[in-house]
Design a binder for this molecule. Sequence first.
Ligand code: BGC
Length: 453
Amino acid sequence: MKTAALYAFVALLPTFANAQAQTWQQCGGIGWSGPTTCVSGTTCTKLNDYYSQCIPGASSAPATTPPATTPPPTSVPTSVPPTSPTTGTGSTPTASPNNPWTGYQVYLSPFYAQEVTAAAAQISDKTLAAKAASVAKIPTFTWFDTINKTADLGTYLADAQSIQKSTGQKQLVQIVVYDLPDRDCAAKASNGEFSIANNGQANYFNYIDQLVAQIKQFPDVRVVAVIEPDSLANLVTNLNLQKCSNAQQTYLACVNYALKQLSAVGVYSYMDAGHAGWLGWPANLSPAAQLFAKVYKDAGSSPFIKGLATNVANYNALQAASPDPITQGNSNYDEIHYINALGPLLQQQGFPATFIVDQGRSGQQNLRQQWGDWCNIKGAGFGTRPTTNTGSSLIDSIVWVKPGGECDGTSNSSSPRFDSTCSLSDADQPAPEAGTWFQEYFTTLVSKANPPL
Ligand code: BGC
C-alpha cells in the first residue's frame, strides 16, 4: 500500500529524466533521480543536501544541482542535514500564547488539490463535479507517512513563503507526523515502514530530523502538527495487545523526540487523543489525562505543545443533535462532551491544553453498527468547514485532518495490511490501500456533505 501511495504521488510529479521540473518541484538532492533542470523563469536552488527546488526567478548561480547517487538514509540515523547559510535564524523561537491560527491563512496542500481536481474531472454529473472541485480550496492536513515524503515539506513551505511574500498574508502549513516504528499497533490497515526490531527508533529520529531540517529553512512560515494519530491512545487502552505493549517505550521515546525537536523550531503541536468513543469513556479519561500530561512535561512543557487533536480520521460530530444509539453508556457521546471532560483533567495535571477537532468526514451521523468502527464508513459526508469559530474556548480550530477521499484501509483480505474492520457491513467496499485515493468514497463525501458544498 505504501508503494501504491507513493506511485499515486509520483504520478503527479514529473517522472521522466529528460523532462524539466515545474515551478516549486524538486530538481535535485541526495537520492533524487528525476529532472535536474527547471522550466524557464525558475532556478534549481539547493535548499539542503536532500532537496533542491525550482524557485521562481533567475539566478546567477548554476541552474542545476548534480543528481546525487546515494540513496536517502532510511536506516542509519544521521545528524540534521546542513541548512542553507542564508536562511534559518538559529535563534530560539518564542511561542505565541494565542490561538495559532489567528492572523494566519491556512496553506492549501497542492497534493490534495491535485487529488481532488483529478477526481472531480472523473465525475460526469456536472453539478456534482463542480461541488467536488470546490473541495480543493478547503484546507486539510498533509500526512508525512513515509520518510520519502519529508522532502516535499520543503516544497510546500517554500510555496507558502512565496505566497506570504506576494500577498502579505501570513501562511500556516498543517502537517501530520505519522511514521512511528510498529505504527498502528492495535490494527493493521496503517502499519508503517519502520519496525522496532529493525532500528525503528533511530530511523524515526532520522525522519523527525528530516522534517525539522525543512522547517528550519522557513522560519517565517508557521507550522502546526498533529502528532502520531492513535499512538498514545493505544498506550492508554491497548497495552493488553503484545504489539502495543512491546511498542510502549519506543512510542514514548519517539513522541518525546518529535515534540522536543519540533518545538525547538517553533512548530505548534497537538498530540492525537483518539475520540469520544475511545478515550472519552469515563474510565479512560483520567489515565489519558495522566499520560498526556506526563508526555507534555517530559518534553519540557514547551508552550509550543499546544494540546490535543481529537476525532482524527473519525466520524463523530463535534456537537451531536442527539446521541447516536451506539454511544449508549457513555455520557461523552460527542467530541464537545469529550473535550469538556478531558480539558479540566489535563489542567489539573499541569497541562494547559487546548484542542483541535477533525470534522472532515463528520457531516452525517448515526451511520455505524458499532462506535469502534473506523474504516471507510458508508454514507459519510464532508463536515463542518475548518474554522476558528469553534464555540468553545477549549477548541482552537475545527480542522480537516484526514484528507477526505484518501482511504482508511483495504478491504482486500489477501493484502498484508488487511484489517477485518475494513470488511464490516458498515465499511464501503471494495476499498484500496490506506492513504490511496478511493474515488467512490470521495464522491459520496461530496454528495452527502453537510453543510452542503
Ligand atoms: C494512512 C496514511 C495516509 C493517511 C491520510 C492513513 O490512514 O495510513 O498512509 O497518509 O491515512 O490519508
